[in-house]
Design a protein around this ligand. Structure first.
Ligand code: COA
Length: 385
């Protein structure tokens, strides 16, 4: 039985900054950001948006009444949880008006947990093939103003329906996971911004990619030539290039060039939005499917990485109706508006964060279908428009 990704939808905020403008304000050569890091724009998050509102928005784009009837479970994968105890999936389910007879849970492991959610969902679908699982990978990547990680921030959610006989990607049996206790990125309970050893993290990422790919190749006998493209977790687009070049080295044959071209196609949306943490690999997949030379029957490799650290390499076969089962990311990105760097800084500092006090946000300026209206008696107040 084929099991995999049946539908995919993306949501982000409706505003962004130009990174050339950020570079100018930070006294950095803009080429460092656009070429050296490989990012052009970055999603800006108003205080009225968080992983719940973004996740609900992405999920709403893909759920039809028929999908809703078969839904057994909602898994929200995130590093940016909004409560230390309660799963954000419960808020998402409520905002979407879904049946109470649905299992709701949250998973965490930095940027990796979206992949764990998909693998767990495969197991649930294998047990009950008539049921489906909604996986939402949602995050807000915050490193802090004037930090070296600032240029690699971003925000958004990718919602994926995991089912039998999927329309986008049938996941293959072999997957290789690899984990080690590594302090390359973490966020203590008292912090709203991540602590990171960025250079170290980049090296660990490449090691994990090589380790998992090698083991996958040993187990399956497949070579790089067997992949139409490899999609990477993209904390910034240059990271995917570094990892791919680490295995291609000086190869310039057709296979190597094809993988390089498809990598570029997978980076298009990340360049415009920034890091989604758990969702980045899957926004990369949507980007490749919408901008690359991919046809039904092609095999894609997927490399997932979450600091701390956990990596996984797996593969899937592209299905015939894939193009009709992806939300229109180009349209959504074209609808966004630019904000100035001072406005981005103001919004960055206006988040609810760790505040305990009651607060009411001005939701007038936010046109999203779901908003965080504030906090009362230590409870977040969400609204559906
Ligand atoms: N023109 C073109 N390229 C330039 C440049 C310029 N004027 N100035 C610098 N660069 C290049 C550098 O050569 C370097 O390229 P390389 O990595 O291929 O060698 C790149 O831009 C970054 O420069 P660097 O000085 O290394 O940047 P940094 O010290 O500011 O750190 C990160 C970059 C990504 C490590 C930092 O943003 C970070 O910590 N990010 C968060 C953590 C993260 O995303 N980890 C990834 C694994 S999940």
């Amino acid at each position: 039985m084929k099991i995999g990704i049946d539908k995919m939808a993306f949501a982000s905020t409706d505003q962004y900054i130009e990174l050339t403008e950020l570079a100018e304000k930070r006294g950095v050569d803009p080429n460092k950001y656009t070429i050296g890091i490989g990012q052009d724009r970055q999603a800006v998050v108003p205080p009225t948006q968080d992983i719940v509102t973004l996740g609900a928005q992405a999920a709403q784009k893909l759920l039809t009444p028929e999908n809703v009837r078969g839904l057994s479970t909602i898994i929200v994968a995130t590093e940016s949880g909004i409560d230390n105890s309660k799963a954000s999936a419960i808020y998402v389910k409520h905002l979407l008006g879904l049946d109470d007879y649905v299992r709701t849970i949250e998973l965490k492991e930095a940027c990796y947990s979206g992949t764990a959610a998909i693998q767990f969902a495969r197991g649930l679908v294998a047990l009950n093939p008539q049921e489906s699982v909604l996986v939402i990978a949602a995050d807000i990547a915050r490193y802090g103003l004037n930090t070296s990680g600032e240029v690699t921030q971003g925000a958004g959610a990718v919602a994926m329906l995991i089912s039998a006989n999927p329309h986008v990607l049938a996941i293959e049996a072999t997957s290789v996971s690899y984990s080690r206790d590594v302090m390359d990125f973490w966020r203590p309970l008292y912090a709203t911004e991540a602590l990171v050893d960025g250079k170290y993290s980049t090296n660990v990422y490449i090691d994990f990619f090589k380790n998992t790919l090698t083991r996958y190749q040993q187990r399956t006998g497949r070579q790089l030539a067997d992949f139409a493209g490899i999609v990477f977790h993209l904390p910034f687009t240059k990271m995917g290039k570094k990892a791919l070049e680490a295995v291609l080295q000086d190869r310039t044959d057709d296979v190597a060039n094809r993988l390089r071209e498809q990598l570029t196609a997978s980076q298009v949306y990340c360049r415009q939005v920034g890091n989604l943490y758990t969702g980045s690999l899957y926004l990369g997949l949507m980007s490749l499917l919408q901008n690359g030379q991919i046809k039904p029957g092609d095999r894609l490799g997927l490399f997932s990485y979450g600091s701390g650290a956990e990596g996984e390499f797996y593969s899937g076969i592209v299905q015939s109706d894939f193009a009709k089962n992806l939300s229109d990311v180009d349209h959504d990105l074209a609808e966004r508006h630019q904000v100035s760097v001072p406005e981005y800084e103001r919004l960055f500092n206006s988040q609810l964060g760790m505040q305990a006090a009651d607060i009411q946000f001005d939701t007038q300026a936010d046109n999203a279908p779901f908003v965080l209206a504030g906090q009362k008696n230590h409870q977040r107040i969400y609204q559906r428009r």
